[in-house]
Design a protein around this ligand. Structure first.
Ligand code: ME8
Length: 516
């Protein structure tokens, strides 16, 4: 149990050019699970999400919608806020880059970079992908037959030639490499670490950090013909939210450097190369870790608007249930790998692992207590080796979970939990409390108590993943609200024998909708 150690975790801030989809939901959910876990484990958690609202891409989307950028971003940003609510995200703050506090922070970091001598004026001439909001060199783009240049991401590039300020990124190569070497856990998973290392070893070019051909952005201090490059603006959100440029403030000193920036693999370069260089140049420590997760496809196909297969998180919640979606997304693929969303595997996990394994364990234990123990928690007698084995397995779960969660191995954490779920089902099958009811009611009481105590531990363990269902299980065990944290993990005496329980209610329904 950690006594209030700070834990600062962030999602990317999402572009407001379009509606949120399953990919955005995924990153935010993963952060939510970790934030909840750390809170339950006694950390002082700060969990940030928000929206990225400047730049050409958003400006163009506003124009297409026939709206001025600000009202357009107000409206679109709200969709992301609503999604966070629908997913029961426990964020402590929601940042928008069009807020005044963010203008102050962005201009503050600009001034710090200028003061450090890391910014100089010049002219940018090269390729730019509006979709990625990224610059590409001639050697990075592919020329198609019709002359169009395509970025490695598949996006169309346009030729840009305009006055621009540059950041001396080329001078940060050695310091970045030294930083990666001293902090081998900075970029995860390993594949991304290798990718970034080889990119930086290949040499870095100075980075254009302002634009002059449009004006939807934060004005460069002292030169309002320029707006800041949207990625410098966007990355700064992580320090805006904790009070930058006030680096002496309580919140800045408490939460910086961030413990974890969670991102998708598409934006790891911005977070693991540019961002630490900007921070070090401005006199700040880089974040402790950047985890880049994989990409979701839909029934084997790349998710894209043009293919018409964008997965709407609201549809999923309505069809399968929120906790079921939260579980599936973090269980289906080893976190860090790509994943495929399919109705078939969703239903398999929902009916198999949730309804049959976990749901059934809870349901049959609570029903037997309800029917055979007068609806009150039975008094345990002496414990057998079997009883102690199961209680030991659930009690030891916290340590295992901590290790998995600190590596963002959500799938492993869930596998560990399910090992105990299956162990508990096997225990009940072996002990046969329904037989003991006639032959040895006292022993039946012990078995049901041990099962109930195991379920209490399991519900605590699943709280970060499936908060609503887990709370409902704890309600049915009459666990006090202030006992729903990890200080109480494996702690005997939390369940009170003799206490009346509210009566069993199914928590994990089977999928009975039509196949899609
Ligand atoms: O890149 N599978 O915003 P964005 C998994 N504003 N994750 C996905 C996904 C998919 N198919 N599609 C999107 C930006 N994501 C910038 C970030 S941060 C300072 C600025 C998730 O709206 C994933 O986390 O394009 C990815 O990195 C992010 O959404 C990109 O969101």
């Amino acid at each position: 149990m950690s006594d209030g150690t700070p834990f600062y975790i962030t999602t990317p801030i999402y572009y407001v050019n379009d509606a949120p989809h399953i990919g955005h939901a995924y990153t935010t959910l993963a952060c939510d699970v970790l934030a909840r876990f750390k809170r339950l484990d006694g950390h002082d958690v700060r969990f940030l999400t928000g929206t990225d609202e400047h730049g050409q891409k958003v400006e163009k989307a506003a124009a297409v919608a026939g709206e001025a950028p600000q009202p357009f971003t107000d409206r679109m940003s709200n969709n992301f806020r609503r999604l966070a609510d629908a997913l029961h995200i426990s964020n402590d703050d929601f940042i928008r880059t069009t807020e005044y506090r963010h203008k102050l922070a962005s201009q503050g970091i600009w001034d710090a970079l200028v003061a450090a001598g890391d910014i100089y004026p010049g002219t940018y001439a090269g390729w730019y992908s509006v979709r990625d909001e990224a610059f590409f060199t001639e050697s990075e783009v592919t020329k198609q037959e019709n002359g169009t240049r395509i970025a490695p991401t598949g996006a169309i590039c346009e030729w840009v030639e305009e006055p621009s300020y540059f950041f001396r990124l080329s001078e940060w190569q050695d310091r970045l490499l030294a930083f990666y070497e001293a902090n081998p856990d900075f970029i995860a998973p390993q594949s991304r670490h290798n990718e970034i290392l080889s990119f930086v070893k290949g040499g870095l070019q100075d980075l254009s950090v302002s634009r002059t051909t449009f004006n939807w952005g934060i004005p460069v201090p002292g030169d309002h013909a320029h707006v800041m490059y949207v990625w410098l603006d966007a990355l700064t959100n992580y320090i805006t939210a904790i009070g930058y440029p006030e680096t002496n403030s309580d919140s800045f000193t408490r939460y910086w450097p961030a413990d974890l920036h969670m991102v998708g693999k598409d934006i790891v370069r911005f977070h693991a190369v540019y961002w630490p260089a900007f921070l070090m140049a401005a006199g700040m420590a880089p974040p402790k870790r950047v985890f880049a997760h994989g990409w979701w496809t839909n029934e084997g196909e790349k998710i894209s608007k043009s293919l018409g297969n964008v997965i709407d998180p609201y549809d999923l919640i309505e069809r399968y249930g929120l906790d079921q979606i939260r579980y599936f997304l973090l269980r289906e693929v080893p976190f860090g790998n790509d994943g495929d969303f399919s109705h078939r595997s969703m239903v398999q996990r929902m009916n198999g692992e949730l309804a049959n394994d976990y749901g059934n364990l809870v349901q049959r234990t609570l029903s037997m207590i309800d029917r055979n123990c007068g609806g009150t928690l039975p008094e345990p007698g002496g414990l057998s080796t079997e009883d102690e084995g199961l209680l030991g397995a659930v009690g030891g779960l916290l340590e295992t979970l901590r290790r998995a969660m600190d590596r963002q191995a959500f799938h492993e954490a869930l596998e560990d939990i399910w090992r105990v779920v299956r162990g508990a089902n096997a225990y009940i099958a072996r002990e046969e409390p329904w037989v003991l009811r006639k032959t040895d009611p006292a022993r039946m009481g012990t078995v049901l108590f041990v099962a109930a105590e195991t379920i209490r531990g399991l519900a605590l363990a699943t709280l970060p993943f499936m908060p609503d269902a887990s709370h409902r299980i704890l309600d049915q065990l009459a666990v006090a609200t202030d006992a729903r944290n990890y200080a109480m993990f494996g702690k005997a005496g939390t369940l009170n024998p003799g206490k009346a329980l509210p009566g069993p209610q199914g928590v994990f329904p089977r999928y009975s909708g039509k196949d899609v």
